[in-house]
Each structure stands twice: as structure tokens, then as C-alpha cells.
Design a protein around this ligand. Structure first.
Ligand code: UDP
Ligand code: MG
Length: 317
């Protein structure tokens, strides 16, 4: 099998207008670098995206297409793209031309200085304020909680060594936390400023729900970045604390009983009892969450409508 230097993975939802120009610009920037493949993951588009991608594939066999039957979200699209990627380096990029393919050589240079993941930093950003402000807060908190001090966690433009993408669990909305997750796994993460453009065609796929989601994401960061891989550490500690107080109360009452103080009619008995039972429940909730986290991490069930250009590949996902 030929050696592929770079795989570009591009998740897309209804981006028919930009695909051809995007392909052209990526091609220009990758051809001098070496063998490459471009994996477009059509995340359930309802416009002509798939048709345009089929045309690109017939024009350039290095273009490969995975098309979902329905919209599963950007994380799912990235995750499936990652499982198919065979390049030594894997680059991700949004499909809307906001990320600039001319940055590819810079990303590669930085990676080769000894990093496993290099993330783009939209230093000068061309997005509405309603988007950039929540994003600043998001980045600040994620940086604080994860201990990885970079400016821009959620830039679509990133480069990874292959082993990183094969290992990262990308599900739910995890694409926003990839640098933090890689950092947790001990990978070396860096950031370089990249050109960012305003969206030319269509509209953002994350819409006004971004505001609510922005807040929820904040909670998610606080919880996920710290505890996603070890929910028992959170629930377990809370559960044990509650049980400890319950136990202390009941022990105190028991001691009183030996002194001849009747327990049954004392309100605090109920508190002790409640704390003990509730604590045990929180603890077992943590155990279940822990088991689910494990199961979730290697479960993939995305229904694909079509695969183009993967003939002869033996990939299970
Ligand atoms: N996208 C996707 N599935 C989704 C939402 C978005 O594949 O459910 C793609 C989208 O087509 C684009 C990238 O993810 O290529 C980033 O989305 P968008 O440009 O809408 O986000 P923004 O730039 O507004 O943050
Ligand atoms: Mg965009």
C-alpha cells in the first residue's frame, strides 16, 4: 500500500457552494508536499454537496467521500473520518472556506518541530461578536480547567500525528475539546496563529442555539475536561462524603441509644438515614457512569449511505 503523507478530513453539512474551490486550494497546497488523500465526511447534507463531491472524486481519485444517512454532528463526522484516515499526518479543516488551506505547510512545519497536535489559532477572527465573545470565555475556562494554555480550542483547522486521532475518543460534542483531551493523554500540543476568513456562502450550522449551547458547553467543560475519563472520581467522592455524614449521624444516635435516648422520634435520624442511602446511590451512579464511559469510547454506530474511493480497504468501524 502506498505511503500517504497527509490525510485531510473535512466534515461538512450543506456546503455545496464551497467544495470545489476548497478542493482546488487544498490540492495546490498539498501536491508539493507529497502523497495525500482528502476525506470529505458528508454529515447528512440535504443540498447538492454529495453530488458535487462525487464529481470531485471522479476528477481526482485522492478525494474520498463518506456520506452519512442523517446529520450526526461534527464530532461524529470527524470520528469516522479519523478511522478511515491513513496519512502519517491528519489535518482537519472546516468546509466553508473559513479555514485557509495555505496554512497547511505552516502546520506541518510546527508539527515537525516535535509536536503531536498543532491547533490553529484564529487570532484575527472574522465572525460576529455574538460568537467571538462566548468563545473567548469558553477558551479561557477550558484552558484553566485543563491546564493547557492555548487561545483557541475549537478552531476547525488542526494537524495531528496519526496515532493521536486513532486514540482520541470523539463523540457527543467532544470536537471542542480535542487539544485538551490529547494533552491529558500526554501528547505534546502547540498552537500557531492562522488566517481566518468570513463565511462566504451559506450560514453557520450551529445557529442561535450557540448561546444556550455555549453555556451548556461551559458546564460540559467543567465536568468533561476533568472527569470524562474518571466520573467515579467526582461521583465517588461526593457519594463517600454523603455516606460519611450519614454514618456519623447514625453512629452518634446509636451511641445515644446506649445512653437510653430513644432514636425513632428524632428528625435527625431521617437525615442520617437519607444521607447514607443517597450517598450510596450517588456512588453507584458514578460506577455506572464509569462503565458507560468505557463502553461509549469504543462504540461507533453511524449508518453510512455511501463510501467512495475506499475499495480494497479493510477497516472496521
Ligand atoms: N458541520 C458538520 N456537521 C454539523 C455542523 C457543522 O459537519 O452538524 C461542519 C460544517 O459544514 C463546517 C464545520 O462543521 O464545515 C464548521 O461548522 P460552521 O462553519 O457552521 O461553524 P462555525 O464556523 O460557525 O463555528
Ligand atoms: Mg464556519
Amino acid at each position: 500500500m502506498e505511503h500517504i503523507k497527509v490525510s485531510v478530513v473535512i466534515p461538512l453539512l450543506n456546503e455545496e457552494e464551497s467544495l470545489s474551490e476548497l478542493h482546488q486550494r487544498i490540492k495546490e497546497n498539498l501536491e508539493p508536499i507529497g502523497e495525500y488523500e482528502i476525506i470529505f465526511v458528508d454529515d447528512g447534507s440535504r443540498d447538492n454537496s454529495l453530488k458535487n463531491l462525487q464529481a470531485l472524486h471522479s476528477q481526482n481519485p485522492r478525494v474520498k467521500v463518506i456520506s452519512f444517512r442523517k446529520n450526526y454532528g461534527k464530532s461524529a463526522a470527524l470520528s469516522v473520518g479519523f478511522s478511515y484516515a491513513r496519512g502519517e499526518y491528519v489535518i482537519t479543516m472546516d468546509a466553508d472556506l473559513q479555514d485557509d488551506p495555505a496554512e497547511i505547510p505552516h502546520l506541518i512545519d510546527k508539527l515537525e518541530q516535535g509536536y503531536d497536535l498543532v491547533s490553529g489559532w484564529k487570532k484575527v477572527r472574522h465572525d460576529p461578536l455574538g460568537k467571538t465573545l462566548p468563545s473567548k470565555l469558553f477558551n479561557y475556562v477550558t484552558g484553566l480547567m485543563s491546564g493547557l494554555r492555548i487561545h483557541d480550542f475549537n478552531c476547525g483547522l488542526k494537524i495531528y500525528r496519526q496515532e493521536v486521532v486513532k486514540e482520541l475518543p470523539v463523540y457527543g460534542e467532544m470536537h471542542r475539546f480535542l487539544p485538551a483531551l490529547a494533552h491529558f493523554d500526554g501528547y505534546r500540543v502547540a498552537e500557531i496563529p492562522v488566517q481566518h476568513h468570513a463565511r462566504q456562502y451559506g450560514r453557520t450550522k450551529f445557529g442561535a442555539s450557540r448561546f444556550i449551547n455555549g453555556f451548556l458547553d461551559l458546564v460540559t467543560v467543567l465536568f468533561l475536561v476533568r472527569y470524562i475519563k474518571k466520573p467515579l472520581h467526582l461521583f465517588g467522592i461526593a457519594g463517600l462524603l454523603l455516606m460519611f455524614f450519614g454514618f456519623a449521624i447514625l453512629a452518634w444516635l446509636t451511641w445515644g441509644w446506649f445512653q437510653g435516648v430513644w432514636i425513632g422520634n428524632r428528625p435527625i435520624f431521617f437525615l442520617g438515614f437519607l444521607l447514607l442511602v443517597f450517598g450510596a446511590q450517588v456512588f453507584s451512579l458514578g460506577l455506572i457512569a464509569e462503565m458507560m464511559t468505557r463502553a461509549q469510547a469504543d462504540r461507533r454506530e453511524y449508518s453510512c449511505k455511501m463510501l467512495i474511493g475506499f475499495e480494497g480497504h479493510n477497516i472496521d468501524f
